[in-house]
Design a protein around this ligand. Structure first.
Ligand code: ADP
Ligand code: MG
Length: 335
């Protein structure tokens, strides 16, 4: 008989609340969720929504007001309950990286490993530098690196030890677009290879959609939706979620009516890619007010009866500004 861990969840956050001593509400409020072992969980929310507060609480760096965090079923102790705040079986990469700025890149990473097996120490450090594409920086001091390079060193440093839970706070905030795509893919690959569970916090919804096995959306300190990225995208529970994840079009029901949509709810919400464009004449004609170039596609700003919507055009320049086009809103959500 196999002895599986009692619980497949590595983390359980239960009714967690933390309010900072400020006039207005700030912090997090009554947040509960579980994290499955081996998953990448992406926590997405605007700046100030409470993401770092949540991450630091999980690691045991913040004294929470209410609720608890279980790590493998055991309560995570707060900073007032132990000598050195933080959990020894988790690694956190905070927004300030916490690197030894006078030491070289190589030594920063290698310092995490014991000297008992020097060869293995060297191999692991080399491998992790390759993973994060920083081999060429090995002999540079941290002070000689860009923010994005420091960020990669910090991630390498956290990953080089066999940690079971990695907490990343805005790991792509300082890297530019090209590198960000690489780094996202790298983290996904490393997580799959090592089986490490990752909680990644970001203000960029694209990070969550790309990386997350689970997506958690927080707004004003509250968890507003949780699920697989594709599910959350297609079944947003709030208008806000659809706007954040897919730049959705939001219409009042009166406006929707002018487009021939009868809705029971107060508002009608749809993503631009849910609008079907057709050439030809019919009563559902829209005027193309503007065309936004987006690379491999264009977004059209369309107007009908004084109501504007947006649609995606994959065949570039098929419809141009001032053209008339038939648009069918085949799918929409009501709120
Ligand atoms: P995020 O990481 O999503 O940007 P934070 O968790 O850092 O958000 O902060 C959430 C809210 O709590 C913000 O309004 C922030 O100003 C406030 N806050 C964070 N840390 C403190 C603190 N030490 N004292 C007072 N307010 C804080
Ligand atoms: Mg933050």
């Amino acid at each position: 008989m196999y002895l599986y861990p009692v619980d497949e969840n590595i983390i359980s956050v239960k009714n967690l609340s933390k309010q900072y001593q400020t006039e207005q509400f700030s912090g997090i409020s009554n947040i509960s969720f579980d994290i499955k072992r081996g998953d990448i969980v992406a926590v997405i929310g605007e700046s100030g929504s409470g993401k770092s507060t949540l991450l630091k609480s999980i690691f045991g760096l913040l004294k929470v007001d209410e609720g608890e965090i279980l790590f493998n079923g055991k309560r995570v102790l707060g900073p007032d309950e132990q000598l050195i705040p933080g959990h020894k079986d988790m690694k956190i990469v905070t927004q300030d990286f916490s690197l030894n700025i006078y030491a070289k890149v190589y030594d920063n990473i290698a310092s995490m490993l014991s000297n008992r097996d020097v060869k293995s120490k060297e191999e692991k450090t080399e491998k992790m530098m390759q993973h994060l594409r920083i081999e060429h920086l090995r002999n540079k001091k941290i002070t000689e690196l860009s923010g994005g390079e420091q960020q990669r060193v910090a991630i390498a440093k956290a990953l080089v030890t066999d940690t079971s839970l990695l907490l990343l706070d805005e790991p792509f905030s300082q890297v530019d677009a090209l590198l960000k795509n690489q780094l996202r893919a790298d983290i996904k690959r490393i997580a799959a290879e090592t089986g490490v569970t990752v909680v990644i916090v970001s203000h960029d919804p694209a990070d969550g959609l790309f990386l997350g096995d689970q997506l958690l959306l927080i707004k004003d300190g509250k968890l507003i939706q949780q699920g697989k990225p594709s599910f959350v995208y297609n079944h947003p529970e709030h208008t806000y979620t659809a706007q954040l994840l897919g730049n959705a079009v939001v219409l009042l029901s009166e406006e929707a009516m002018k487009l021939g949509i009868t809705a029971k709810g107060e508002s009608v919400v749809f993503y631009p890619e849910w609008v079907e464009l057709k050439s030809g004449w019919n009563s559902k004609r829209y005027e193309v007010k503007d065309v936004y170039y987006k690379g491999f596609y264009e977004e059209l700003l369309l107007e009908r009866n004084g109501v504007t919507i947006r649609a995606i055009q994959l065949n570039r320049e098929e419809h141009k500004k001032n053209d008339h086009v038939q648009a069918n809103i085949s799918r929409f959500l009501e709120f």
